[in-house]
Structures are given as C-alpha cells and as structure tokens.
Design a protein around this ligand. Structure first.
Ligand code: NAD
Ligand code: DAU
Length: 338
C-alpha cells in the first residue's frame, strides 16, 4: 500500500491517539494530520500542542461531520485511523450507554462514510475482545482466537470489530484491524491503573490494588503500539487482523511494586480494595505475524525504564492531570469497587 499523505485520526486527543499524532509528527513530518475528537472527559486540546495537527471537535457518530471530513480525503493516498472510543472498563460497568453510542454507532457511522468515499480505514481495537485466559498457563491470543468479551466495554469493541469485518466482506471496503494489549506511557488518563497509582502517590494517597493483584496484563509502551499501527498502514494486508503486543506480561501486584520502588516507597504502602465485577484474569498476545510478516519489533523492552519515564512525565506535567484527580477519586468512591 502507498504511504498515506493525509490521515484523519479519530480520538486523536486521547491517550493513544495523541501518542499516534506525536509519533507521526516525529517520524513522518510530511504527513498532514486531521484529528476528529469529541473532547470528552478523556480528551484534551492540550495534548496536541506542538504537533501541527488540525483539531476538529465533533462526534464520530455524527454522520454529517464524519462525511464532510472524509469527503476532504483522497482515496488514493489518504486514510482514516480510528482510535475514538469510550475506553474504560470500570465506567462501562457503571453506565454502558456511551460505549454503545461511540464504539458501535460511531464505528458504524465511520464505516458508512469510508464506504461511500472509498477511503481506507485502520480500526484500532483491543485484546479484550477475546475475553481472558487462565491465570496459570502459557496460552496466548492469536488472530484466530474466538471472540468472548466480558464487559460492556469489551463487548462494544468486539461488536465494532465485527462491523469492520462485515463491511470488508460484504461491501468490499479497504480496512485493516489491530487488537493491542494494555498500553502505558505519557498522557494516559488518570482513571487507568498505572497513572492512577502514580498520581495517588504524588497527591499523598495510597495506591489501590483490585483484589489480590494477581490479574495479569500484557503491557506495551504506547509508542511501540503506534509504530505497529504505522507498519500496518504501510504494509498490512487488506481485511486482516494484526495482534499487537510486546511480551510484557506482569501481574498488577508486580507493576505496582515497580511503581512503589521507582517512587521511593515501601513495597507494602498500598491498599487492597474491592475487585472489579467480572474482572478478566489474564491477557497475553502472540504478535508473531506482526513481527515475522511486517518486521515490527518493540523498542521498549525494559518495562521498568518505560515506567520510570512515565513517572517523570506525570511529575513534570502536574497541571495536565491535577484538576481531574479529586473527580476521578470521588467517582471511584461511588462505584462500590476500586
Ligand atoms: P482514551 O479514553 O484515552 O481516548 C479516547 C478519545 O476518544 C478521547 O480523546 C475522547 O475525547 C475521544 N472520543 C470519545 N468518544 C468520542 C466520540 N463519540 N467522537 C469522537 N471522539 C470521541 O482511550 P485510549 O486509551 O487512547 O484508547 C484509544 C483506542 O485504543 C480505543 O479504541 C481503545 O479501545 C483502543 N485500545 C486501548 C488500549 C489501552 O490500553 N488503553 C489497548 C488496546 C486498544
Ligand atoms: O487490554 C487492553 C485494554 O487495557 C484496553 O482495551 C482498555 O481500553 C484499557 O483501559 C485497558 O483495560 P484494563 O481494564 O486492563 O485497564 P485498567 O487500567 O483499568 O486496569 C488494569 C488492571 O489493573 C486491571 O486488572 C484492573 C487493575 N486495577 C485498575 C485500577 C484502575 C487495579 O488493580 N487498581 C486500579 O486502581
């Protein structure tokens, strides 16, 4: 596939989408980036500073806005990268409605627009569509694993993937999909596990571990995820699903203990709190095809080094998250877990 010259990035004012915009500005300065983002609680204009991207504030489920932006794209050279989503499992257990709207209706709206215009789409999704794996064992998700989502969030993402696959097969749109494991790095919302614990410590609160902390996530640095998305844009096979992961399996307790160590705290300076309902046990990705067929390799292989940079980022950018901290913690207080 030809390298795209203009990219429409949905959700580009959120964590991974803004990482994609920064990564693109650094590595492909000639590519023009347009961001479509609703600026929900999870998005901010500030994260795009210095990238040169044009921000259009709007809803990916609004056909008029989406059609007019996709109408500006050239089907021969340009592409859409679709990050926009409601992304937090805990919120989806509290109120699933925005998850159905953005993740399902939003993806449907985008699919109809790219179908009309003949523009290529890359759909960004999650390993959570596969459900979970037993805690003890070595099985990993592959592109052939059956879908078995657990939460309203993961079910809505699974549904969005199915829509994309059906539009490829039935309508012949040009699209690729990727399902990535847990990301960490700068600009992640402080409702999520790693930044929540870092900012708990920075504000004098104790970190909060769900249950015993044995659940395993397969961590990848956000820049490695975005490098993989670019490889797929440049060399991915139409209609194909690529799993993205960097062999970063760690239990939540292990991750928390790294954070405590990096921030100079004792290993037991945290609280065990009530567990998330339906909490997935373990995720693990086999990214073999991405490595062997597309030649992608992660750059961040030492998670503690990546975590140290992430801790520094939250320390240095307190103004970016400070205003949201009490709101996030008050919300957790009302959930009944966390
Ligand atoms: P995020 O919550 O940080 O950002 C989501 C962005 O989408 C925000 O800027 C928000 O304003 C925007 N948005 C929400 N609803 C919208 C709407 N209706 N119209 C337009 N914009 C809207 O999420 P994230 O962690 O950056 O995740 C980005 C994508 O990557 C999601 O599709 C998610 O499912 C997927 N993903 C995330 C992870 C992870 O570990 N965070 C892992 C794999 C895949
Ligand atoms: O696997 C990819 C998914 O990773 C993405 O699709 C989601 O968008 C993203 O939010 C993430 O989902 P998780 O539910 O795994 O992430 P979260 O950061 O919410 O939690 C990570 C783990 O840490 C999980 O096992 C729950 C636990 N946890 C979370 C919080 C917020 C805690 O122990 N304490 C906490 O305070």
């Amino acid at each position: 596939a030809a390298t795209a010259e203009r990219i429409l990035v949905t959700g580009g004012a959120g964590f991974i989408g803004s990482g994609f915009v920064h990564y693109t500005a650094r590595t492909r300065p000639d590519v023009q980036v347009i961001v479509l983002d609703k600026l929900t609680y999870a998005g901010s204009r500030a994260v795009l500073e210095g990238t040169g991207a044009r921000l259009v504030v709007g809803d990916v489920a609004d056909a008029y806005t989406v059609d007019s932006l996709i109408g500006e794209l050239d089907p021969d050279t340009d592409a859409v990268v679709h990050f926009a989503a409601e992304s937090h499992n805990d919120n989806s257990l509290d109120d699933p409605s925005p998850f159905v709207h953005t993740n399902l209706v939003g993806t449907f709206t985008l699919l109809e627009a790219v179908r009309r215009r003949g523009v290529r789409l890359h759909h960004v999704s999650t390993d959570e569509v596969y459900g979970d794996l037993p805690l003890d064992g070595s099985a990993r998700f592959t592109e052939h694993t059956a879908y078995n989502p657990s939460s309203p969030y993961s079910a809505s993402k699974a549904g969005s993937d199915m829509l994309v696959r059906a539009w490829v097969r039935s309508f012949g749109i040009t699209a690729t999909l990727s399902n990535c494991s847990n990301n960490y790095g700068p600009r992640q919302h402080i409702e999520k596990f790693i930044p929540r614990q870092i900012t708990n410590i920075l504000t004098g609160r104790r970190p909060k571990l769900y249950g015993a902390g044995r659940n395993v996530r397969d961590w990848i640095h956000v820049d490695d995820h975005n490098a993989a998305v670019w490889r797929i844009l440049e060399a991915g096979e139409n209609g194909r699903t690529y799993l993205i992961g960097a062999d970063g399996e760690r239990s939540n307790l292990q991750v928390l203990q790294s954070i405590l160590r990096l921030m100079g705290r004792a290993p037991d300076e945290f609280d065990h709190v009530a567990d998330r309902p339906g909490h997935d046990l373990r995720y693990a990705i086999d990214a073999g095809p991405l490595r062997s067929e597309l030649g992608w390799e992660p750059h961040y292989v030492d998670m503690d080094a990546g975590l140290a940079d992430t801790v520094d980022w939250y320390r240095d950018n307190r103004g970016w998250w400070d205003g949201a901290k009490d709101v996030v913690e008050d919300r957790y207080d009302t959930l009944g877990w966390g």
